[in-house]
Design a protein around this ligand. Sequence first.
Ligand code: NAI
Ligand code: OAA
Length: 306
Amino acid sequence: MKVTVVGAGAVGASCAEYIAIKNFAAEVVLVDIKEGFAEGKAMDLMQTASLNGFDTKITGVTNDYSKTADSDVAVITSGIPRKPGMTREELISTNAGIVKQVAENLIKHSPNVIVIVVSNPMDTMTYLTHKATGLPKNRIIGMGGALDSARFKYRLAEALDCPASDVDGLVIGGHSDTGMIPLTRLATRNSVPVSSFLNSEQLEYVKEETKVGGATLTKLLGTSAWYAPGAAVSAMVQAIAGDSKKMFPSSCMLSGEYGQKDICLGVPAIIGRNGIEKIVEIALDDAEKQKFTESADAVRKTNDLL
Ligand SMILES: NC(=O)C1=CN([C@@H]2O[C@H](COP(=O)(O)OP(=O)(O)OC[C@H]3O[C@@H](n4cnc5c(N)ncnc54)[C@H](O)[C@@H]3O)[C@@H](O)[C@H]2O)C=CC1
Ligand SMILES: O=C([O-])CC(=O)C(=O)O
């Protein structure tokens, strides 16, 4: 499998590193617009190969898309990250132009590629990638829900004082500080509803901390996070490579599912060799349905800025 990662910055490099360490891809091509940057990151990562025991070949190129030809998967991380105090939506004016041009370049050389969109505001950038490329809807996946769900599990594990591996849960809706919907009602610890262990106040705290997970890290780091985002993308790429049909909440183009159309929004999706193999429709209660509609309305407002 050949994977291209556009943007060799914090998230792109972390994603390339996790893909290599998991050792399932033959080749990763890093692309950046900054002269020599992707080449440098690739060389640095390749010098970890004998230490970390991987065979994946990582190369870097400065804006040369011919080197990305025939990629099976391409990850778009190019664009600016937010600074403390900003929302993801404020990045649209810079990132829309970058993502559109990158998506167009990618499909010229890899017409059969599956694209994973990471750049923010991610749901709108995923929508833009659909409009710019016209690729079938199963082949464009926005990464947000996989990360948000990992953060949800982190917060649940913290509240339960247990390992995150004991916890299951998912976050749907928009990848934004207000639009995320952590589904506490469905979250479990080893099949036992978390509401058996945590009171409503504790669950509310977990929910709110999950929603602002990205903002909390941005405040601490001065820029947005990269380890968990890179790990989330690499898990999705691995699911495509292995055709494992794992379920990740992902930003998918909706055509009536969850009552929405012509919008990319986070919903549970089965990920395999064809990208989005299936959108899973779970029964939401009335409050969750209302939150999902509000989240869609907010993403639609951002899409209107394109
Ligand atoms: N969807 C999600 O869950 C997450 C999304 N993000 C988003 O990912 C994006 C990247 O974040 P970081 O890696 O932290 O930023 P960064 O600034 O470290 O890296 C971005 C890289 O993109 C490159 N770039 C800019 N324009 C380009 C172009 N036209 N072609 C190729 N490369 C180009 C830059 O030179 C830079 O190296 C941001 O928009 C951020 O908000 C970050 C974390 C999670
Ligand atoms: O918070 C940000 O701006 C980056 C991001 O999407 C995340 O880490 O969830």
